[in-house]
Write a protein that binds this ligand. Sequence first.
Ligand SMILES: [Zn+2]
Ligand SMILES: [Zn+2]
Length: 645
Amino acid sequence: MSAAKLKLELSDGKQVEVEHGISPHDLAQRVNGELADRAIAAKLDGEIVDLDRPLERSGRIEFLFEDDEDQDSLYVLRHSTAHVLATAVRSIWPDAGIGFGPPIADGFYYDFDVDSPFTPEDLEKIEERMKEVVAADEPFERREVERQEARELFSDDPYKLERLEEIPEGETISIYRDGAFVDLCRGPHLPSTGAVKHFKILHSAGAYWRGDERRAMLQRIYGTAFFEKKDLEEHLRRLEEARKRDHRIIGKQLDLFSIQDDVGPGLIQWHPKGAMIQFLLRRFLEDELLKRGYDFVYSPHIAREALFRRSGHLQAYSEVMFPAMESEGEKDNYRLKPMNCPFHMSIYASGQRSYRDLPVRYAEIASDYRNEKSGTLHGMLRVRGLTMDDAHIFCRPDQVEDEIYGMLDLVANIYGTFGLEYRLDFATRPAKRIGSDQVWDEAEDALRAAIERRGLTYAVDPGGGAFYGPKIDVKFVDAIGREWQGATIQLDFVLPERFDLNFVGSDNQKHRPVMIHRAIYGSFERFIGVLIEHFAGAFPLWLAPVQVRLIPVTDDFIDAAREVAVALREAGVRVELDDRSETVSYRIRDGELQKIPYLGVIGQREADAGTVAVRKRGAEKKQVVLPLAEFIEQVTAENRTRALG
Ligand SMILES: [Zn+2]
Ligand SMILES: [Zn+2]
């Protein structure tokens, strides 16, 4: 070990010189005892390390605390809790094979190779055992080992051995022990199992080893952990709320869509009511696009590989493209399209463009196909066949700001209509990129200026842009506080090069246009999946597949109800007649379960007076009798203004 001193820079900028091999904990103690008591881990030049890990190089050191704003502390807590979980499982099933146990967005999981899936009783038992592991307060001891020792240590666990062999020669192999459980792990962890506080085991599910369906099926246990009890409770309450709003369950109850084995996983079948929602969203957007100077284009679902070779998708994106299809006598194979950009490029490139023609805005609601891994598919939220509201804008550099401004205005209009709050992430140039600094400067300035001109706040993700251009991501929040990726606006300096796009400038010379990809909904599948959960199936009237359901009290009033239905339909209202021979209360209850905005009951009094007994969804007053004309006016006004309810 070198005797040279380390130079460490603390987060307040102070420089300290300390002996080689000092632990962050000892360093903290030397700086300030209170700091040492509160720290849960440290960060050396951005890399999270254990508090007792000997420091072997100089750098910038920070400490992590429970109440940090960012996710790093939670990451350490949740990964440590995953170890506690594995410790508990191994103490109950000593032969369980151990897969991966990472922290994830809202918690953590761990994969186990066991003979049969875990039952709910098993999970309860595991959670109880975890509490004992926490109470035992065993330190997480890190040790660096030689490859051979690690092989012997994990000789009975093929998964650990497989991962061990993947660690490159010369790289440190570290193991962590807490009590009887030893794991091959890079860390970092909390100081001891006792530092794990408020956790909950959520559920378990089968998961292929490394997501590969040809490999063994393991059992994945999901859980979550927080430093504060109230945060855990709030999270569990939200999960419960999300469970009730699950779009797969509501989609079935309201008969909106299905996914069928014969058709294939990740492929959505839109039933009439779901298709109506998609139609209404399309029409809403397309009307807006026409007002905003977009042109509609349509492109084929398949194309020769030559196109995707030119765009670079075949090289960079092939793992999510479906395999090639042959056509007789042709050298080149065909592919289903994963994206629409290459087609729109080709349309632009098919003719001469002058600076006066720009901006050119091509919009297409298009079907794309991506061969996502089956394990990642999830209802409408993660699919293989997606319907995108795609657009590509070709403009002069001096037009970028106004184009972005216009897109942000469209986002405000569309998202505002759904009552969705949103924020922007602005991803700037990464280290590895193409294009000159001047091009990036201009592009980033234009994006920033457009955002600021709209008076929007945004977070900068420095270096988070793609190598081919900066990007704005719109993140919106649903009714139960979950954040979703929404619209994206992506500048692209590469595709115009690859397709040799140009326009003739006022100087009579050829110039490259700037190209912007943008989607407002993203995919209809995902957006509608989220809307189902956001509204819990109770769509605002303008989006409701059925806006009014009429209920004649007895068969004697079916004709009167039919006349009302005709009048409503002529006024553009989507109306349905429930003439089943069930009781009125049964049919009212059913209409409520179907979340229909208005139920109209028609009996003797209404038939005589030309009125409807109206029950508005969610209204305080159960039933109001309205003259038909007044009822029609109320419904059509609500529809026209796209009122939220
Ligand atoms: Zn670990
Ligand atoms: Zn694109």
